[in-house]
Write a protein that binds this ligand. Structure first.
Ligand code: SRM
Ligand code: SF4
Length: 521
């Protein structure tokens, strides 16, 4: 089934209606027309919604300047690709920049619709795609950012991630089989020991686990968890599906789950359409049985334990690879923001010192792998590392922020610039012996994942002196890596202008921060 029979679903929401009228991917054929007529004359549903099936996002905050969301399976790109993206930002992006996202991905800003056909040609030539990266599609598929480099990894999942993306997007061309899901969908495949992908917040996540087979042999594969998601209405950690799969069954299982979700997922209320709502309605047993029926075979029960036994790493700094004599170096990119010049320079560094490859992380940072021991000392002297540090301060190091009011019309507050300014002020006042993961998110949609943070800050409107002002709700207790669990809201409605002393107190009380004056010689 590629298109849901709308007449069989009562009370369809407006998104279901417009998807039934015309599939999102159909706008691919109309790009030249859109480029000719310009953004002001386009059909509004095409402009504001359907274009997101191609990864083109109309930004009401900056009308006429679109955002383009790429797909970066496992967060991997090459210097050649990064240079193409830098050229796009430089040449087409009016006041443009790029942002590394919380799904190991890149978004480009300032794009005019007139230039999209040309940009798509460039992306295609460089074997990149932005297809199906927004709206009711499977989003960028995440993996350990050091897959294939990490001496302690269990399964190198890069190829699997690419295969799942190819299945979903038809090799990047767009795939109408999966372009009308009831809602967005997130998949993560972990091959390491530290749950670097935040498995618990994905609709499907694969976690390495050994299973004892009928012949008593032990095989390495994945336990499967399902239904994790954040939304303004509800946030849930993924639950075990009681299934274990060998690596060569991952693509088929993803397909079967997506088909079940596509054909049976709830479509009347958009706030209750993510996979977990279907699992709730059916119960896990019925859901699992439906997936088995779709798969055409029974699923092996989950292995009793999985192999996630490390705390989560942030990969900032210099690390030896499993390949003798090579290192990967994690650079801290403040709140994930890049400009064209940065991108050109990063591409150059990856080529001159490494193999030309680069990796992105869900913490919105960047890794340059394959740097030989002999090149390392010179690399570490490169001027760009003054800004994209390998040794950032403890607070800035783990700062994550969603887009916020600068570009996002859902935002209730400004995030990235404010987050950075505040953390830099606090760094001058406090000394910390270990990083504290502070995540900002501009509204309850939770793109900045405040629920996984040590301290999560969620934008809200609050009252101060009789006026409505920008504020935050504070979340605490998010645990990542082994035994991950979600943090919860502990305080509501702190005006942003009053936040600094509140954060300072939290850091002093709960994270062993020391006032700088107390430790000064
Ligand atoms: Fe998100 C909608 C940005 C990761 C939950 N998200 C949006 C939109 C598209 C809203 C819009 O049209 O303006 C934001 C675009 C703003 C812009 O101009 O950048 C937006 N989301 C982001 C990014 C860029 C945040 C970042 O700064 O890193 C992340 C892009 C990831 C990517 O590369 O694909 C991003 N969004 C997330 C995550 C985190 C994750 O996936 O781990 C979540 C929570 C996890 C989840 O989805 O379960 C998330 N975004 C949402 C939601 C709430 C979904 C729901 O079920 O209700 C929305 C609103 C919606 O879909 O209706 C949303
Ligand atoms: Fe926009 Fe809200 Fe997502 Fe931030 S959390 S990017 S403000 S939708």
């Amino acid at each position: 089934m590629t298109n849901v029979a709308v007449e069989t679903v009562p009370n369809l929401n407006k998104f279901e209606r417009f998807k039934a009228e015309k599939d999102g991917l159909a706008v691919k054929q109309e790009l030249h027309h859109f480029a000719q007529v310009g953004w002001e004359s386009m059909d509004e549903t095409d402009r504001d919604h359907r274009l997101k099936w191609l990864g083109i996002f109309f930004r009401p905050v900056t009308p006429g300047k679109f955002m383009m969301r790429m797909r970066m399976p496992s967060g991997i790109l090459t210097s050649t690709k990064l240079r193409v993206l830098a050229e796009i930002v430089q040449r087409y992006g009016e006041d443009g920049n790029a942002d590394i996202t919380t799904r190991q991905n890149l978004q480009l800003r300032g794009i005019r619709i007139e230039d999209v056909p040309d940009i798509f040609n460039r992306l295609q030539a460089a074997e990149m795609t932005s297809v199906q990266s927004g709206m009711d599609n499977v989003r960028n598929i995440t993996a350990s950012p050091v897959a294939g480099l990490d001496a302690d990894e269990l399964i190198d999942v890069r190829d699997l991630v690419q295969q799942v993306q190819d299945m979903i997007t038809n090799g990047g061309e767009g795939n109408a089989e999966f372009s009308n899901l009831p809602r967005k969908f997130n998949i993560a495949i972990e091959g390491g020991r530290d749950n670097s992908v935040h498995a618990e917040i994905n609709d499907i996540a694969f976690i390495p686990a050994f299973q004892t087979l009928a012949d008593h042999s032990r095989q390495l594969g994945f336990n499967v968890v399902v239904g994790g998601f954040f939304s303004a209405k509800r946030c849930e950690a993924a639950i075990p599906m009681n299934a274990w799969v060998a690596p060569d069954q991952v693509v088929a299982l993803c397909r079967a789950i997506l088909e079940v979700y596509r054909d049976h997922g709830l479509r009347s209320n958009r706030q209750k359409a993510r996979l977990m709502w279907l699992i709730d309605e059916w119960g896990l047993d019925r859901f699992r049985a439906a997936v088995e029926a779709q798969l055409g075979q029974s699923l092996t029960p989950a292995a009793p334990t999985d192999e996630i036994d490390w705390d989560k790493r942030d990969h900032i700094g210099v690390y030896r690879q499993k390949q003798a004599g090579l290192n990967y170096v994690g650079l801290h990119v403040p709140v994930g923001r890049l400009f064209a010049d940065d991108m050109f320079e990063l591409a150059r560094l990856a080529e001159v010192y490494g193999s030309g490859e680069l990796r992105l992380t869900v913490e919105q940072n960047l890794i340059i792998p394959n740097i030989p021991d002999s090149r390392l000392p010179v690399f570490l002297q490169e001027p760009l590392l003054q800004r994209f540090s390998v040794q950032p301060n403890a607070l800035e190091r783990s700062l994550v922020s969603c887009t916020g009011a600068q570009f996002c019309n859902f935002a209730l507050i400004e995030t990235k610039n404010r987050a950075l300014a505040l953390i830099r002020e606090l760094e001058t006042e406090l000394s910390l012996s270990r990083p504290v993961r502070i995540h900002w998110t501009g509204c309850p949609n939770s793109c900045g994942q405040p629920q996984v943070a040590d301290i999560g800050l969620m934008g809200t409107k609050t009252r101060k002196d009789g006026k409505t002002v920008e504020g935050v709700d504070i979340f605490m207790g998010g645990k990542v890596g082994k035994d991950a669990h979600l943090g919860t809201c502990v305080t509501k409605g702190i005006p942003c202008e009053d936040l600094k002393p509140v954060l300072r107190e939290l850091l002093l009380t709960h994270f062993a921060a020391q006032p700088v004056e107390a430790i000064a010689p």
